[in-house]
Structure formats: structure tokens, C-alpha cells
Design a protein around this ligand. Structure first.
Ligand code: GLY
Ligand code: MN
Ligand code: MN
Length: 438
């Protein structure tokens, strides 16, 4: 039996929906990589959050009428397919192991849906890949169209489940936080391994592979997003994924990589000198970014406006860049004109959870920035990027991207930096890079 946390989540969700609601959850389908080879399958997070069911092609219906019920549609057992591609839960397994009240083959979906739509006035849809987008309106109209012209008509409101569900996913439970902790722990081990292996002439792809290997040692089968292993100027591309260049003496390396555990992500970046020793210029830029991150972590607590984190980081970095002579004018002028954005490029964080850029609104219903609550998890990730074509900047700074990214949990009184064990000060980094083995 899958733990009944999924059942508890369904109950919590239904408690917020009006009576005579039907929730339609479309699971993901397999994607082709090439010809008859498929990508490794990963279930849609909303679907998994409410069902714990990880097989492709599934659909779930959750009904709130006089009573509530959970219906799971899935691939039936098939000996040949299972020998080729692995076990399926099948109809019996869906009931025994996933707490479904009823289970059917996917082929029976439309018949059951239309039967269950009888009396429904709100249809909550979660169909991230538009699997059913061309059918949903006709399903909602089905009963209204099928009676004669003078029978009572039933109008069905079609609503986005995400509007309700993503509020649930935003504030994490203890179980969810433990999964994130596990992912961070595996990432910690892996980032340290990569720091020790990093040296001139090694290829970015070798470090990426070492990260994946080390994450597996830490009990995680997947990374939460493609590794970014970016040496020198490559780090100025925020989502560089080619990971194919040789590291050169004198460059900085930026590695943004995070393990995933039980569908929960970590998302961590470290930046350090390829040869293990920061130059004065590298230290100067690095320290500005670290100061911004540390200052932001200091202010995080329940009640803080989400945007204060970004504002704080930008102020610290703008001040540092001005002191270094890379920005000119008064600090007021720099902040008003936002001239710092040339180097800081992106905002400094996002919610973290099942999705690496996790769901949940950044604003309240009045349109104000969201206030932090205990149990929220997010990244803080300031960065400074000086591309090699920034010819008005002294050459020693060019071709360098420095980002430092930590994963932060809001507690009742402040916050916990979940990823602080990964070396992040200049001294800590130089010390671990001088070692050869963890
Ligand atoms: N790794 C993607 C990000 O930091 O947002
Ligand atoms: Mn991030
Ligand atoms: Mn990242």
C-alpha cells in the first residue's frame, strides 16, 4: 500500500471544493527520444502529489458528490509489455496499492467520465500537457446537450485545479521537507566530490558525470534538472547545458546541479576557481555575491515580503560593484536606473519543491508580493556575470560568471539554510579543493 499521505491530500483538496465537483487529473504520457526509444518517464507532479502513481498514460478522477470517490484509469496488465518494459500495477494493484475506490483500463475513461459527470456543476481540470484540451468543453456540455429542449439544464463550470492545488504545494509538510533534505544531502556529497576533482584540463562533461555518479551514491536516481557545468565565459549563459569544454587554468567554474529524491528537488550552485586558488579579482566578485546571499539569508523569516530578498541582494551587489569601479554614479542613481542589472541579469530565487521552479503564486490575491510562511522552501541565488565581450570592463574580470545558490527553509522564527554544508566561503572552497578525496 502506498502511504496514505496521498489520500490525505485528496481529502484536504476536496474540503476546499464545492459539492458536486469532479477533479480530472491527466497524467503524463511517454515521450519519444528517437524512433522506438522513449525518454525515461517521470509522472506529472500534480498527478503524483495526489495519487502517488508513477506509471505513464494514467488518468485520475476524484468526485465530491453525496460521497467522495477516487477513480484511477491505467494501463492494464500485459505480459509481453511487462517483460519488455517493466511491471504494471494493473487494475487490482491500483485498488490494493493506491487506494483507488475503482480502477479501469484507460480505454474505458470517456464512458466512466460521462457517467460520473451526471449532477456535476464544477469540473476542476489539471492537464498540464493539453492531453484532453479539445475534449473538455464537450465533456462539460454532454449532459446539457443530451436532454430534450425543455428538461432542466445543467451548466458545468470548467476551472483550473492549479489555482487551489498549488497553494497546497507551496507550503511543505514535514514529509516533503525530509525529501528535500535527502536531495540536498546527496547534492552536498556530490558537490564536494566535484570540487575535489576540479582541475585544469578536465572536461565539463567529466565533472557532470561525477556529479551524477555521486548523487546515485547518495541514494538519488535522478537529478532535478540538467546539470550546468560551465567554465569561464560559458557561465554567462544562465542555463548552459552543453557541458563539453575543457576547463582552463585561471578560469572560474560555475556548477548548478541538484539531486532529486522521491520527486523532490534540490537546486544548488557553487562557483570556484578551476585551479583551486582564487585570484584577487575572482575573490572580489565572489565576495560581493556571497555577501548578497548571506545578507538575504539573515533577513528571511515569516512575514517578510518575497520581493525583499531580491531587493536586498541587488542592493548589496550594486554597492559592491560600485566600490569595485564596475558601476559608476551614486548608489541612488544606480538603484533608480537599475544599471546593476547589466551584471546581475536575473532575479534571485524561486520556490522549490517537486518542481525545481516550484508552483505557487508569488503574489497574494490583492496583487501584493507574497509574505513568507513557515514551511515554505525556496532558493536564494544571486549572481554576477561579466561576459568576455564586455570590453569596457577591465580584462581581468571578463569571461566570468559567479552564482551562489542555497536552498532555504522558512522556520517559525527565521530560516534554515539547508545547503550550508557545501563549502561556500573562499577559505572553505580553497581548503576542500586542496584535498583529493572526501
Ligand atoms: N537550476 C536552475 C535555477 O537555478 O533556477
Ligand atoms: Mn534556482
Ligand atoms: Mn540552480
Amino acid at each position: 500500500m502506498v502511504s496514505d499521505i496521498y489520500q490525505q491530500r485528496r481529502i484536504a483538496l476536496l474540503n476546499q471544493l464545492p459539492k458536486n465537483s469532479l477533479v480530472l487529473l491527466a497524467g503524463y504520457q511517454q515521450k519519444v527520444r528517437s524512433k522506438n526509444i522513449k525518454y525515461h518517464f517521470r509522472q506529472d507532479n500534480n498527478f503524483f502529489y495526489l495519487t502517488g502513481f508513477g506509471e505513464p498514460d494514467a488518468i485520475a478522477l476524484i468526485v465530491k458528490a453525496e460521497t467522495t470517490s477516487f477513480h484511477l484509469f491505467l494501463r492494464p496488465k500485459d505480459k509481453v509489455q511487462e517483460v519488455n518494459f517493466g511491471n504494471r500495477a494493473g487494475i487490482t494493484g491500483a485498488i490494493e496499492h493506491y487506494n483507488a475506490d475503482h480502477a479501469y483500463p484507460v480505454s474505458g475513461f470517456t464512458t466512466q467520465l460521462l457517467r460520473l459527470m451526471e449532477g456535476v456543476t464544477s469540473l476542476y481540470v489539471c492537464d498540464e500537457n493539453n492531453r484532453f484540451s479539445s475534449d473538455i468543453v464537450s465533456w462539460a456540455n454532454h449532459h446539457r446537450h443530451s436532454g430534450s429542449f425543455d428538461t432542466p439544464k445543467q451548466f458545468v463550470a470548467i476551472k483550473q485545479l492549479a489555482e487551489v492545488l498549488h497553494q497546497h504545494r507551496l507550503v511543505k509538510t514535514e514529509d516533503e521537507i525530509n525529501n528535500i533534505r535527502h536531495a540536498v544531502k546527496a547534492s552536498t556529497f556530490a558537490h564536494k566530490k566535484v570540487m575535489q576533482a576540479c582541475c585544469p584540463d578536465i572536461n565539463e562533461r567529466e565533472l557532470s558525470a561525477l556529479f551524477n555518479f555521486s548523487v546515485a551514491k547518495g541514494g538519488c536516481s535522478e537529478v532535478a534538472y540538467p546539470n550546468i557545468v560551465a567554465s569561464g565565459n560559458n557561465a554567462c549563459c544562465l542555463h548552459y547545458e552543453d557541458n563539453c569544454c575543457e576547463l582552463k587554468d585561471g578560469q572560474m567554474l560555475l556548477i548548478d546541479a541538484g539531486a532529486e529524491y522521491q520527486y523532490y528537488a534540490s537546486d544548488i550552485t557553487r562557483s570556484y576557481p578551476v585551479n583551486g586558488k582564487f585570484s584577487d579579482e575572482q575573490t572580489a566578485i565572489y565576495q560581493i555575491v556571497l555577501n548578497a546571499l548571506d545578507r538575504a539569508i539573515e533577513i528571511v523569516k515569516p512575514g517578510l515580503s518575497w520581493n525583499s530578498i531580491n531587493e536586498t541582494c541587488m542592493k548589496v551587489m550594486a554597492t559592491g560593484l560600485k566600490e569595485l569601479g564596475l558601476l559608476t554614479g551614486s548608489i541612488e542613481h544606480i538603484m533608480t536606473t537599475e544599471s546593476y542589472k547589466r551584471f546581475t541579469v536575473h532575479k534571485t530565487g524561486h520556490w522549490l519543491g517537486m518542481d525545481v521552479h516550484d508552483v505557487g503564486p508569488y503574489h497574494d490575491t490583492a496583487g501584493n508580493w507574497r509574505r513568507l510562511e513557515s514551511g515554505m522552501v525556496f532558493t536564494i541565488e544571486p549572481g554576477i556575470y561579466i561576459p568576455e565581450d564586455a570590453t569596457d570592463v577591465p580584462e581581468v574580470y571578463r569571461g566570468m560568471g559567479i552564482r551562489i545558490e542555497d536552498d532555504v527553509l522558512v522556520t517559525d522564527t527565521g530560516c534554515e539554510n539547508l545547503s550550508k554544508a557545501i563549502p561556500r566561503t573562499v577559505d572553505e572552497i580553497e581548503a576542500i579543493m586542496a584535498e583529493t578525496e572526501v
